[in-house]
Design a protein around this ligand. Sequence first.
Ligand SMILES: [Zn+2]
Length: 277
Amino acid sequence: MRARFFRTVGQLRAPRFMYEPGGVRHAVALGSLSLTVAVVERNDGSIVLIDAGYAEEVCANPSKTLQFLQALSLGFEGTGEDSIVRQLQRMGFDPGKVTQIVATHLHRDHVDGVADFPNAELVVSRQEFDAFLTQPRVPGYRQQDLVAAGRIRLVDLKQDGLYGFPGSFDLFGDGELVLLDANGHSKGSMAVAIDDGNIPYIHIGDAVYQSWEYGLAPSGPSRLATVTAWNHKALHETYRVMREAENHKRRPVLVPAHDLSVYETLPQLPQLPQAPA
Ligand SMILES: [Zn+2]
């Protein structure tokens, strides 16, 4: 791995009572959520994204295109410049080198941006793809996002579990990117372990919206997670797995896709940390 870092594709604006613990006291206040994308540059120069946020066109004109968010009382704050494709270009990366986009799940705020990367294949779990096909009217799933993908690669998470997650798939067979079964928010939600040999990061998509939700005091789910969950029992089981993952001897950093305070602690520039001398 040559580099790995995180970016947010603008921010979501949401009533704080939807995602904060005991949030009723914030009944009218708005807060911000991230749309966290992980960028991994491999040794051969190819680039893998974990989630893609909204496409440039949508970021440039959100009010016309984001009915799903409005239904959840979420707004989007950003411009076309905040799309991941524009951010990569500004940092000197060629979007044509993005060869894979792993979708933690197929909700629009995670997969829409594939439209900006014609050379990328979309990697998604078979369970999630099945849910997408059989439940097209579930809010958040939108056929045209997938039509824009160059190719769709379905994966089965049948390899041994990792960090306590019950199943996995090692994307390149070298341990750098391992897809993990984190279902509950949606039927085939995945987490993705990114391992450069130093600190492992696990992009957990929407398996949890905010880190506090998988804790025990206070405990989740938030109102937002309750409204959007596919299966509450599975959601709680994945919360338990995440609590244990944090205690794994390698101390992975869990990265929820929408937790802005976690995002602010992450490496956001394309460098690997230097090993201590
Ligand atoms: Zn989301």
